[in-house]
Design a protein around this ligand. Sequence first.
Ligand SMILES: *Cc1c(COP(=O)(O)O)cnc(C)c1O
Ligand code: SF4
Length: 461
Amino acid sequence: MGTQTVIDQPRFRAYGRRHLDRLPEINRLSVEQRVALKAVSSVLPFRVNDYVLRELIDWDDIPNDPIFQLTFPQAGMLERADLLRLEDMVVRGEEGESFQRLVHDIRLRMNPNPAGQKLLNVPRVDGERVLGCQHKYRETVLFFPVQGQTCHAYCTYCFRWPQFVGEKDLRFAARNTDDLVQYLSEHDEVTDVLITGGDPMVMSSAVLRRTIEPLLTPSLDHIRSIRIGTKSLSFWPYRFLTDSDADDLLLLFEDVRSRGRRLAFMAHFSHSRELETKAVTMAIRRIRGAGAVVRCQAPLIRHVNDKAEIWAEMWRRQVALGAVPYYQFVERDTGPKQYFQVPLARAFRIFNGAYSEVSGLARSVRGPSMSATPGKVLVDGVATIRGEKVFVLKMIQARDPEWVNQVFFAKFDSQAAWIDDLRPAFGEHQFFFDPYIRAMYEGRWQPEWAQTDDDSEELTA
Ligand SMILES: *Cc1c(COP(=O)(O)O)cnc(C)c1O
Ligand code: SF4
């Protein structure tokens, strides 16, 4: 299953919507499927490569194959009326201005920037916003280099999709590290920099070195870990094997270690299939050999990985390859969510089903976790307390470090799929963080670590 062909001379080539007719694999789809694919891929990002097409997707199992669902936009991802209008225009070859206008409208209706990411978490230097940075949790700053704003293939469920489809005003990324370095030099509470994207591993090794090296200077020795958030091990493991600058990349990883810092490789794996090929096995071995720790995370996605066996098998393989299972996320409220969404109650059953099947070495994983405005909220259990059925929730990462590990309760709701769908249990009218988040939106509150001298106003909630 899965690994059918191995690419002889791997050379990275990405295929998008305009290459569809030239991909031999596409002939395995029916005419209806092809029209739908052309319609949906005009709205949602679509990008694959030879590794995904030939080593990951099982073409005998279309359309149910999980990697096909992961990378090929599906008819069910759009509202029926939108799909029909687009298909009609595709069939008639009318892809001009009115087609583009419709595409744009549909995208705007899909909540392109969830959870106030853009406005709330942008740090400042001398009062000016630092472009391409986010600082939400005290210890960790996210950095989005402009050269890393694409990926080796695209996940259909990606919440960063506005960046890929070229909605210009929705993009934000940093051109260089100058402002980041300045910010970090003023913030010694930060221990981790997470380089993310898109996928920073699409950058050349030289550009990645220019991004990372300034963070290794002795004056920033509070930066202990450089994290790289990437799906390259799933989508293009040859990045670490045969790409022309693969060796330079591993040298860079080694340099991070020899300068006394940790390289934390945050790998996105959606399905155990992605851990089965010879290429991924060898790539993980090389990355670990260069002194990096590989941690693994992914969202739980209907049609892709919504079965306990898939997660159990995935976590077992990760441990066997020397990688560390880290997070299972709940898909956030953006893009084609109705297609991918798994209700929290079901997510918890899947997580628990898998968790109970694996050894303690794989139980380093935490989930299902929602990355919400106050923090990462774990669905820790379902319980009946004094006759009321509740979700036991736990804030495992938080804007205010005082909230970390706080347990709280919501009324059980079998259909709720995100924290916004939940109501407090036991007759309470709000969650403990609600007044703070409200005050934050009104500019009246910041956690203590994020306060600057001129906004140290206290919250009176
Ligand atoms: C998850 C996350 C981090 C990292 O959190 P850890 O629990 O330390 O892995 C940092 N910033 C944001 C915005 C995140 O969502
Ligand atoms: S690899 Fe990450 S950033 Fe790229 S499409 Fe997938 S989820 Fe989005």
